[in-house]
Design a protein around this ligand. Structure first.
Ligand SMILES: Cc1cc2nc3c(=O)[nH]c(=O)nc-3n(C[C@H](O)[C@H](O)[C@H](O)COP(=O)(O)O)c2cc1C
Length: 184
């Protein structure tokens, strides 16, 4: 494996804070999506769907999230979230096409997760951080509606924020050896 690939895998962190206005350029996002779509995919079904919300749609996502937070945690926290979400520079939603066959569904979803990692690693290599989030809003029927996703046909894999990291957190997962079972 090239050292660059190993370095990207090792150094990538989930980024929670971005430099304002630092969204990756459209061409970089396009290239990240192309690399995402090179993920392994058992059925060659290309089950991934990439949604790129523009300013109008991102504002609607921010408002929907604030409404959900308001009803569970109150006005103050909702206002803070709204302010914070409006500062997120880059937005992408990844969805996976559903299948009637549960095994294929699981494997297609797995392929989408591989695509997500490719997307994140490509951007990381270009100097951009990503946060993959599956917070409450991403499960909300209103989220599907405002993105134009038919929930019967596709399942949201995650909302991906991107931009230049304002800070890079320390690794949170312990650096202990993973469980490995060597068999005869
Ligand atoms: C499927 C999935 C969903 C995630 N959803 C969230 C989320 O909703 N909020 C969040 O802060 N991080 C989320 N993360 C990021 C993890 O918290 C993060 O990967 C973990 O803390 C390890 O940090 P690292 O990515 O820097 O190694 C998600 C990651 C995955 C794979």
């Amino acid at each position: 494996m090239s050292q660059q690939v190993a370095d990207a895998i090792r150094s990538r962190r989930t980024i929670h804070d971005f430099v304002p206005g630092s969204a990756p350029p459209a061409g970089v996002i396009q290239a990240a999506i192309e690399h995402a779509a090179m993920a392994p995919n058992h059925y060659l079904s290309r089950p991934w769907r990439f949604y790129l919300p523009g300013p109008e749609t991102t504002e609607r996502i921010c408002q929907l999230n604030a409404a959900l937070v308001r009803s569970s945690r109150g006005d103050g926290i909702a206002e803070n979230k709204l302010k914070r979400w409006r500062q997120v520079p880059g937005w992408m939603v990844l969805a996976c096409v559903r299948s009637d066959d549960p095994i294929r569904q699981r494997e297609d979803f797995a392929a989408c997760c591989c695509a997500a990692q490719n997307f994140m690693l490509y951007l990381w290599g270009q100097g951009f951080g990503v946060k993959w989030t599956t917070g409450e809003v991403t499960q909300d029927p209103g989220f599907y509606t405002l993105l134009g996703i038919d929930a019967g046909r596709e399942e949201v894999v995650g909302l991906f924020w991107s931009g230049v990291p304002a800070s890079v957190p320390e690794r949170r997962t312990p650096s202990v050896a993973p469980p490995v079972f060597i068999l005869p």
